[in-house]
Design a protein around this ligand. Sequence first.
Ligand SMILES: [Zn+2]
Length: 446
Amino acid sequence: MGEIMLDQTEPIIAQSLKDLKNYVALASVSAKQQAQKQTAQFIKQLLEDRLDATVQLFNDYQAPLVFAQLQPKQPSETTILIYNHYDVQPEEPLDLWQSDPFILRQTAQQLFGRGVADCKGDFISRLAALQLYYQEHHDWPCNIKFLLEGEEEIASQHLGDYLAKYHDLLAADLILWESGAKNEFEQFTIEGGNKGVLCFELTAVTADIDLHSSYAAVVDSAAWRLVEAIKSLRSVDGQIKIPGFYDEVVPPSVTEELLVQENQVPNLTNKWNLQVPLLQNKSINYNLAFAPTINIEGLSGGWQGSGVKTVTPKQAQAKLEFRLVPDQDPQVIFDKLTTYLASQGFTDIKVQYLLGEKAYRWDLQSDMAQKLITTAKQFYGDQQVAVLPSSAGTGPMHLLHYYTQADILSCGVGYSKSGPHAPNENIRLRDYLEFIEFFVDFLNKV
Ligand SMILES: [Zn+2]
């Protein structure tokens, strides 16, 4: 791409960076229920001050839901809904931050602070683009709606309840999802979905007390029971062995598969200095976009201290997760899991459901999505845009889609080293300015 026109001296951009600073300063950590009402109020004020939007705050649960609308002078048949969340991940571990996570730090090229990449910078950049558009046209290109929740980082605990009540407000043709990042090839990435998830815990209890390990001659420890149970769930190539696990899996369409094939393949082995071979029953990109997975998040049990303790532990537990794809339902998968474990003789293993979300995926073929993709390719360069039908991660897209039937796509101001959720979360000023300019271009074509 060529030179971008915007810079920090442009008054709307300069103001937006101040807004971002004030936004980052609100330590809206949902896991600690911090600053939720205050931040929702800040968002409301910002939408009113910068865009003269009509804003509603819903206070049915601990974290308010913010909804706002912009209407063009002439009625428009087109509606874009912008979804963001105003909560962030906890800042810890603090000692790994090079500066205060809640004080926006700007260097020549970067902006550091908790939430700049996920997704406070995205929200503010979208506001700035709309302001620039309005400055030029004195009108809006179509109906624009905003929806901001405050619990995305804790699995959107009340979003479903909020939407069940207020979904009439949300009718839209296209939903612009919270954030996005350039990939490691510096390609601006547009994603049309995300995977679902089912998190669960397995607990093995084999006796009232830890036994002297001489009894291992006749008694299996809880640790053995647990690893045997876990082992029964998967084969070495990653296939999940629970009968019916894949029954509801919708295979990717030809278009979706082509989108994935067109993308460059990341060298994960080099990236993380991997000491294990990759699971590759299909290709890397295919697996990342389309394959359900099972992962062991953590294991514990028995003696882990220094030296030895010849003991047969009575208890062991593990946290696991499945990443799911359309149309797998977390509750149905959970039922299949418990039935399967019982059928394999693991009736002594306690299985606990922790959290579940469904997946959402689409092929980005609608007129609006194609307009956005074409604009991105013109702006960033043909080879500098990656389009994927699904990310490998999880979010509440399926909920928004369920209530609106609208297509959803995700893109934003981050890059491959933004480190969302990590210490020194950051974005690059250039990506921020580029995104604003690109988004104005898109609004001009709506
Ligand atoms: Zn996020």
